[in-house]
Design a protein around this ligand. Structure first.
Ligand code: ZN
Length: 458
């Protein structure tokens, strides 16, 4: 099977040129100024469009139980929505619950994805119970392609690990080549603030944000980086939301430490003001960390432009309003999370490239190349080059769409961006050479996505 993508502008993290891309089976075979003479089974005309490496979203929660509910998208609906939005690989999270082995958690999440995903998927492993056996299991998982581990500094009694356990896990990655990803918020301080708020009768959604101060994120970010520095290993901070936390990452990087961080579109485009929306609508935006002050967003953009932030992921974790209403009388019972897997590329292109905050190359780097490099997928994923997987997005930089839950494909009954107009939209999507999205329609098949065995750090 040969597919030829013709007349587009090929864009990678470093290049931009008019050219044709020939795909043979699952791989990119040839790139040239004109490959018009080559016979192909299918020709995709990309005139006036960008030809981008498929988006890589390294932070999604499909089919995930949380606080008495389950995230609304499973591996079929979630990956279909991702593909519509120009994302061709995700790294989701398997969860080890207390008393379970890591292997059991991995098998459980592999079963959730098998036969359902339309794009490729990998897993990070959330560790909630660290002991001698778990540490050995980390090594085995790294060999099996689960090369990153997520730890929590919040949610005591559920996910949270103490500093000693975190330090042990960090040390272990120094030997096995894994990477620790950190949810950095000071959970104990937050728990006290939550109890005090509820005791004072403050139950509305906005108190979710008011009990999770930016300084609690900054303190934990600083501590996580310090623990990694003492263990002499890299660290990756997930869903960084606060400018105060970014300052900690920047300070560490200025000292030459391998500290990395991602932010998410919600922290770039939404803000604390959304929690003030009437009629419990603030619950739509309940996620952790919470949305921050609009005035601080410019600092996050600067972090993205100057490489103090390396990735934009989504933390896609949607709950329908029925589930959100579990917290109608108590904000602490609102399931944490919001939809975003489908809207990432258009939002970041529109707000980033079109607004002049980041370059087109940097857009590709933040949404594809850099996540591929940090999480062991490069050069198989994250670029357009001979030999790379043919994960390709034909992206129309001039098409304007209005974001709405009615037209998006995520299985959730609201959009945090309802009514927002964005210019820059995904047209055609190929995953390992197979057409997944074409002409606004799904052409992919559930189960055609494969598990991504990721490489360890070398
Ligand atoms: Zn998350």
């Amino acid at each position: 099977m040969r597919v030829l993508v013709r007349n587009g502008t090929v864009v990678t993290a470093v290049d931009q040129y008019r050219g044709d891309v020939l795909i043979e089976d699952e791989k990119i075979a040839l790139i040239g100024a004109s490959l018009a003479d080559i016979r192909a089974d299918k020709v995709i005309d990309a005139t006036g469009k960008y030809v981008l490496p498929g988006g890589i979203d390294v932070h999604t929660h499909l089919d995930m139980p949380f606080g008495g509910a389950t995230s609304a998208d499973d591996f079929e609906t979630g990956t279909v929505a991702a593909a519509f939005g120009g994302t061709t690989s995700i790294v989701d999270f398997a969860i080890q619950y207390k008393g379970q082995t890591l292997h059991h958690a991995w098998e459980t999440w592999m079963k959730k994805a098998e036969g359902r995903a339309v794009i490729d998927y990998g897993f990070h492993m959330i560790m909630t119970d660290l002991n001698d056996q778990t540490e050995q299991e980390m090594d085995a998982l790294v060999r099996q392609g689960v090369t990153s581990f997520k730890l929590f500094m919040a949610y005591r009694g559920v996910f949270m690990l103490d500093d000693g356990s975190i330090f042990r896990a960090l040390l272990r990655t120094g030997q096995n080549g894994g990477t620790i990803c950190m949810h950095a918020e000071n959970g104990d301080v937050i728990d006290v603030l939550v109890r005090r708020a509820l005791a004072a009768g403050h139950t509305a959604p906005k108190y979710h944000a008011l009990t999770r101060p930016a300084r609690a994120e900054a303190e934990a970010t600083h501590r996580a980086i310090a623990l990694a520095e003492m263990a002499d290993v890299p660290i990756y901070i997930v869903h960084l939301s606060a400018a105060e936390a970014l300052e900690m990452v920047t300070e560490a990087r200025d000292r030459g430490l391998p500290a990395y961080a991602e932010t998410c579109p919600q922290y770039l485009f939404l803000s604390y003001d959304n929690y003030e929306e009437p009629d419990f609508n603030g619950a739509k935006y309940v996620m952790s960390p919470p949305l921050r002050d609009r005035a601080k967003q410019a600092q996050l953009w600067r972090g993205l432009a100057f490489n103090d932030l390396q990735c934009v992921s989504t933390d896609h974790c949607p709950f329908c309003m029925k589930e959100k209403r579990l917290g109608e009388n108590d904000f602490s019972k609102i399931p944490n999370g919001a939809p975003g897997i489908e809207t990432r590329m258009s939002l970041v292109y529109d707000g980033g490239v079109r607004e002049g905050r980041i370059s087109l190359n940097r857009f590709v780097e933040l949404t594809s190349t850099s996540p591929a490099k940090i999480f062991g997928l490069f050069p198989r994923k994250g670029t357009i080059a001979p030999g790379s997987d043919a994960d390709i997005v034909v992206f129309d930089p001039n098409r304007t769409v209005t974001l709405s839950a009615k037209t998006l494909h995520m299985r959730v009954d609201y959009s945090p961006y309802e009514g927002r107009k964005v210019t820059g939209a995904t047209d055609t999507v190929l995953s390992r050479g197979r057409v997944v999205i074409e002409g606004g329609k799904l052409a992919g098949r559930p189960g055609s996505g494969s598990f991504l065995k990721r490489a360890a750090r070398t």
